[in-house]
Design a protein around this ligand. Sequence first.
Ligand code: NAG
Ligand code: NAG
Ligand code: NAG
Ligand code: NAG
Ligand code: NAG
Ligand code: NAG
Ligand code: NAG
Ligand code: NAG
Length: 292
Amino acid sequence: MAFSNIVKLATLYLAVCALLHNTKAEEVYDVGDDFGWAIPLGDPIFYDAWASLHYFEVGDILSFNFTNGEQDVARVTKEAYLNCNTTNPISLKKTSPANFTLDVAGDYYFTSTLDKHCLKGQKLAINVPGPREPFNYTVGGNLGWVVSPIGESAYEAWAYNKLFLVGDSLVFYYKNGTQDVAIVTKEAYEKCETNNTLAVYTTSPTRIILNTIGEHFFTSTYKDHCALGQKLAINVTANSSGATALSPSEALSPTNLGPSGSSALVPTSSATSMVFCGYMVTVLSIGLAFFI
Ligand SMILES: *[C@@H]1O[C@H](CO)[C@@H](O)[C@H](O)[C@H]1NC(C)=O
Ligand SMILES: *[C@@H]1O[C@H](CO)[C@@H](O)[C@H](O)[C@H]1NC(C)=O
Ligand SMILES: *[C@@H]1O[C@H](CO)[C@@H](O)[C@H](O)[C@H]1NC(C)=O
Ligand SMILES: *[C@@H]1O[C@H](CO)[C@@H](O)[C@H](O)[C@H]1NC(C)=O
Ligand SMILES: *[C@@H]1O[C@H](CO)[C@@H](O)[C@H](O)[C@H]1NC(C)=O
Ligand SMILES: *[C@@H]1O[C@H](CO)[C@@H](O)[C@H](O)[C@H]1NC(C)=O
Ligand SMILES: *[C@@H]1O[C@H](CO)[C@@H](O)[C@H](O)[C@H]1NC(C)=O
Ligand SMILES: *[C@@H]1O[C@H](CO)[C@@H](O)[C@H](O)[C@H]1NC(C)=O
């Protein structure tokens, strides 16, 4: 292969790798989903509820869909939002769909400037969090990882309203020899089929790094522990943008991942692609070195 072709190939691979690395593209959110942007009759917290279902990131777009002339969209200050004062909005759009790009981290407030629409609940407040450091979550808090007297709801309550991002860790504390931590599929979790695990860890504390977006399921392989409610389901909502991402070498060697007890990684396909990229880049650099 000619030197220039190797360079081209190397560049292509690097570009592909960069794409694989940067998986989260900006998302377009249809405000209010199918209901769109209107007065939420009889449901004054409709837009609060809608906003609470989403995790917004810098670069995402809010798309307001409404009937021209019957609605408009004003971005307003917090004070204006709280008081429904629409006399002097930051910006105002009157044509649907009206798109707002969430270009910086912070709070955003929207309402309609039309007669009493704001007072009737046509108002939206959202938060776009800035980057944060990865977080270590102690599963169950002071309870630790046990069969709780209140069953499964103990871990449901613990996970409720917590924000899990890629790079965060779950730390399971228990007495060695009395518990273990099993990573399982959703199906195994639901049926408590603890003979069917993805990984099992037996030394406390067990630290598991969450490295993929989506649902993750944990239980114990000890007899009846799952059925008695020693089970945890969590949702990893997004990348902790800006926080230190795992390098492929870290992702492959759990022993590097910290001094406290055993560490583990939730299986990931993106780690595999990154390793593949690392491999291709190495191969290509050797090829390149050979030609120079
Ligand atoms: C998360 O975001 C960081 C910074 O934008 C990026 O370097 C990293 O590759 C991302 N990781 C994933 C899994 O998307
Ligand atoms: C906007 O709303 C109209 C009617 O309410 C609907 O027909 C249309 O499909 C919506 N558009 C989008 C992009 O959701
Ligand atoms: C509404 O806001 C404007 C400035 O944005 C202010 O001059 C006015 O006094 C406010 N009205 C009320 C009722 O607070
Ligand atoms: C707003 O976003 C929607 C959804 O991506 C798109 O279809 C529409 O063309 C955008 N409108 C404007 C004015 O940019
Ligand atoms: C686990 O046990 C159930 C019955 O309790 C059985 O149906 C299933 O095939 C077993 N799974 C594995 C992977 O052994
Ligand atoms: C569990 O065992 C490991 C390895 O023997 C040890 O480092 C750790 O301190 C033990 N944990 C507890 C809670 O006893
Ligand atoms: C995770 O989020 C999805 C989509 O919002 C939801 O359907 C699912 O029930 C959630 N899973 C858990 C374990 O909370
Ligand atoms: C999380 O735990 C690891 C391993 O004990 C430690 O190196 C890291 O500093 C902790 N991170 C935070 C934010 O406490």
